[in-house]
Design a protein around this ligand. Structure first.
Ligand code: IPD
Ligand code: CA
Ligand code: CA
Length: 270
């Protein structure tokens, strides 16, 4: 796939997520929204998550019938599962927010070629913010280039984080890391959407981010946006899922140093 094709994808995905985002906003706060439970009483999926994913998959299958697709709600497509191209989709990142009518949520779509992310997008319907990156081409918010911030001091930094649905029982519920970082930073943030957290690091709205229990669709697309914005975003398999740490090149060292004092994450710092 050449650069021209990737830029076309960027534009078409923008049109697609604007349309899907409009549908999400129209249904936000609806009293009769159908909500089901997945792995537990707090792990929810709404009819809007399912319908959004259906529309995104329909677009991809129509335009790229030979590509593989991994969607949070539908899993891995059986057709083309051995394709070199893999689309990774989170149709609503921030479902707990969405189910409560809380307007912070995003649509994340990434494209990988031989396991390397070559395109990533995070769209935030409520703000009409389209964050995107093409490998080697920089990162953008709508049509403006974005860059991570340059603050390198923890006590002057905003650090975002999040907690998994199985936080009552999981050893990776982030409790200890949170307790370590919370008192030593200017502000801790929990938006409820890992993709928004990472997009905000990419655009310098926050300095860093950490979370211990993510699935690929929670960070694949946004990871490229952070990296192309001059930041660092490291992911490491941890039990069944991934620990992810991100930040501008100055704060990432401090963040990892402090997280490692709780338990070794073994991330390369340089
Ligand atoms: C969740 C969000 C949240 C993070 C959770 C994720 P979902 O994704 O990204 O910020 O803390 O770990 O599972 O379920 O809303 O798509
Ligand atoms: Ca998610
Ligand atoms: Ca989701």
């Amino acid at each position: 796939m050449n650069l021209e094709e990737l830029y076309k994808i960027k534009n078409h995905i923008h049109d697609l997520v604007k349309e899907v985002g409009q549908y999400q906003l129209e249904n936000l706060g609806r009293q009769d929204l159908e909500i089901d439970k997945k792995t537990s009483a707090v792990d929810l999926v709404t009819e809007v998550d399912k319908e959004s994913e259906r529309r995104i998959i329909h677009y991809i299958e129509t335009h790229f019938p030979e590509h593989a697709i991994l969607g949070e709600e539908s899993g891995m497509t059986t057709a083309n599962h051995d394709s070199e191209f893999l689309w990774v989709i989170d149709p609503v990142d921030g479902t707990t927010n969405y189910a409560h009518g809380y307007p912070l949520f995003s649509i994340a779509i990434g494209l990988q070629y031989n396991q390397k992310t070559i395109f990533g997008s995070v769209y935030v319907p409520y703000m009409d913010d389209y964050f995107w990156a093409i490998q080697g081409e920089g990162a953008y918010l709508n049509s403006e280039p974005i860059h991570v911030s340059s603050h390198g001091v923890m006590d002057a930094s905003i650090i975002a984080t999040g907690f998994p649905y199985d936080k009552k029982t999981s050893p990776d519920n982030n409790e200890k890391y949170f307790a370590k970082i919370m008192p030593i930073v200017a502000g801790i943030r929990r938006t409820g959407s890992a993709c928004i957290d990472l997009a905000f690091v990419a655009s310098g709205r926050a300095e860093g981010y950490f979370e211990m229990n993510l699935s690929p669709w929670d960070f694949i697309a946004a990871q490229l946006i952070v990296q192309e914005a001059g930041g660092v975003c490291l992911s490491k398999p941890l039990r069944e899922r991934y620990a992810v740490v991100a930040g501008n090149p100055h704060i990432i060292k401090e963040l990892i140093k402090n997280l490692s004092e709780v338990s070794t994450l073994d991330y390369p710092v340089e």
